[in-house]
Design a protein around this ligand. Structure first.
Ligand code: IPM
Ligand code: MN
Length: 348
């Protein structure tokens, strides 16, 4: 009996999560696993009513579940940063979800802005460090508000934090068993402290993983190759900020936010899965948003809890449904949100 915490969140989050839960119910019946859903009303609406973002009592409860399924965070009436930092980043940090795993895979029938690239060309995974770097929120203002103002934002990279991320990436590359190639994405020519540590640790670990080919690209060049030759990549590992940026680019080349899913992993603890697009306020409540990213996130969730067969069934079904849809974009799919969810259930 799995305990699954569900945080539908803001905007279109509840609509896409509803479709994910529909698929969860159907696939659990087919493969025979049991689960208990625990719903949490965290997000902008609750914050507006109670000023609570993530009460400690809720955080304690979340530490005891098997896995978390998250819709979206971000509300037009709430100042940017409050929910993102107070809920999403707080969960990632407090639950030590030190990996953000973001597959970039072009599914069959999905339009990509990269001309002449096919599904076999766009199939790689970004392993983003998820607990350190610029996201630690350290820094200061000096002489704030004066003409001599200086704003300092620190990127913290601990040996332990870097090493566990890199080790995960090496293991993941081995387990993925495709081209067995791991690319470190950094900026060793400018960020000579942070990426010196990353590169040294990477090269040390590489000696333990002789079956994995390793290479290195600067982050700017990574963006270039992701557009020009995405087929060169198998697994990319990088820090929190660069990972944030390159995975939005990744989402675009795989067909958009409507299809891009990700997992915040604590391999030894509680992980959390989410569609990587935001709360899309302008599409909220219209039954037009694409639920496939949330459903693909569900597939990753199932894989993580050990229901590999169910995970594969959901993924295969999504890959059938994409061939039937006109577009991955909200309002242009040729189906409504609920119809796309129904199709995934039908093809399971
Ligand atoms: C993401 C998002 C978040 C991030 C925001 C909402 C804080 O962009 O999951 O990539 O920067 O990590
Ligand atoms: Mn992002």
């Amino acid at each position: 009996m799995y305990k699954i915490a569900v945080i539908p969140g803001d905007g279109t989050g509840p609509e896409v999560v509803r479709e994910g839960l529909k698929v969860l119910e159907a696939v659990s019946k087919k493969t025979g696993f049991k689960y208990e859903k625990i719903m949490y009303d965290l997000g902008g609406e609750r914050y507006k009513k109670t000023k609570e973002v993530l009460p400690d009592s809720v955080l304690e409860e979340l530490k005891k579940v098997d896995v978390i399924y998250l819709g979206a965070v971000g509300h037009p009436d709430v100042k940017p940063g409050i929910l993102e930092k107070g809920l999403l980043l707080k969960l990632r940090f407090s639950l030590e979800q030190y990996i953000n795993l973001r597959p970039v895979e072009l599914y069959p029938g999905v339009w990509t802005p990269l001309k002449d690239k096919r599904p076999e060309d766009i199939d790689f995974v970004v392993v983003r460090e998820n607990n350190e770097g610029l996201y630690v929120g350290e820094g200061e203002f000096q002489n704030k508000g004066t003409k001599d103002e200086v704003a300092i934002q620190i990127s913290r990279n601990s040996r332990k934090g870097v090493e566990r991320c890199l080790r995960y990436a090496f293991e993941y590359t081995r387990k993925r068993n495709k081209r067995k190639q791991l690319t470190l994405c950094g900026k060793t020519n400018v960020l000579t402290y942070a990426f010196d540590l990353w590169e040294r640790t990477f090269n040390e670990l590489a000696k333990e993983y002789k079956d994995i080919k390793t290479d290195y690209t600067h982050v700017d060049a990574t963006c270039m190759w992701m557009v020009k030759n995405p087929e060169w990549f198998d697994v990319i590992v990088t820090d929190n900020m660069f990972g944030d940026i390159i995975t939005d680019l990744g989402a675009m080349i795989q067909g958009g936010m409507g299809i891009a899913a990700g997992g915040n992993l604590n391999p030894e603890g509680v992980s959390m899965f989410e569609p990587i697009g935001g709360s899309a306020p302008k599409y909220t409540g219209k039954n037009v948003i694409n639920p496939l990213a949330a459903i693909a996130a569900l597939s990753m969730l199932l894989d993580e809890i050990g229901e590999e067969k169910a995970a594969k069934m959901v993924e295969d079904s999504v890959k059938k449904v994409t061939t039937k849809m006109k577009s991955m974009s909200a309002g242009k799919m040729g189906y409504s949100t609920t119809e796309v969810g129904d199709l995934v259930v039908k093809y399971l």
